[in-house]
Design a protein around this ligand. Structure first.
Ligand code: SF4
Length: 245
């Protein structure tokens, strides 16, 4: 079986090893993100990659075109089975499929397509789909397949109506903390993840209980976000809504 699509097998942060393998599917940044906030657009590292690497945007645009075709679900499910059948993926403890390191669920049809893909891949026992998204509305009230983890991406300027959807559905929250706010975040219950029990990322992350994950933003990413944060930090927003202490 040959994969129809080329999937990325890792990046600087998501590094595959013999136990954990990553697969990544990307779309163009910003233009496929209907619920991107001003802060996340400003800090969008995915957009930066498109300007730095000449092949990056054309490849994401090809993916976007494929995702609009009527056979997308079938071809993607076959592609994933083809990768999962490779010896090193079969023998891995976990395969983590990151839907969108760049881009987001751009409409309901496309979001629903991924739920169907997850169902068609339920026979791959070591596979989990990880969807970091701001397109909450497409999943509101929808029963997610057991191999599909949704992480709600929250920023300091996420609107209350959006946050309400997240709270109503009880999704895990994924946010970003600029480096200079890391110490403050500890006052709100964040602790550094040792990754021994982390089933989500393999990166520099912080947890508050089981329902909050935050990634530390370094360098330029962090500076952009910090510029958008006044008193209304991510942590304050979440505390106001009772998500963190
Ligand atoms: S949702 Fe992600 S890819 Fe889209 S603009 Fe925000 S940071 Fe960039």
């Amino acid at each position: 079986m040959k994969p129809y699509f080329n999937l990325s097998t890792g990046n600087k942060k998501l590094v595959s090893d013999s136990d954990v393998k990553f697969l990544i599917w990307n779309l163009p940044a910003v233009t496929t993100c209907p619920y991107a906030t001003e802060a996340c657009k400003k800090a969008c590292y995915a957009r930066t990659a498109e300007t730095v690497y000449p092949g990056c945007l054309p490849s994401r645009e090809r993916n976007l075109n494929e995702s609009k075709k009527s056979d997308f679900v079938e071809k993607m499910a076959e592609t994933i089975h083809a990768y999962a059948n490779r010896k090193n993926y079969r023998n891995a403890k976990e395969i983590r499929f990151r839907i969108h390191e760049s881009g987001d669920f751009y409409n309901r049809t496309y979001a629903t397509a991924w739920l169907e893909i997850a169902k068609r891949c339920a026979d791959i026992e070591n596979l989990t789909f990880l969807a970091y998204t701001k397109s909450f509305v497409y999943f509101d009230g929808v029963a997610l397949p057991s191999n599909f983890q949704l992480l709600a991406s929250i920023w300091n300027d996420t609107k209350q109506t959006q946050l309400d959807i997240v709270i109503r559905n009880g999704w895990r929250i994924y946010t970003a903390i600029p480096e200079q706010y890391i110490e403050t975040s500890k006052e709100y219950g964040f602790t550094e993840c040792t990754c021994e029990n982390c089933n989500t990322c393999k990166t520099d992350c912080y947890h508050a209980g089981n329902d909050m994950i935050a990634v530390r933003l370094h360098g330029t990413e962090g500076k952009h976000v910090a510029a958008t944060i006044t008193e209304d930090t991510v942590m304050e927003l979440l505390r106001r809504h009772g998500i963190v202490k």
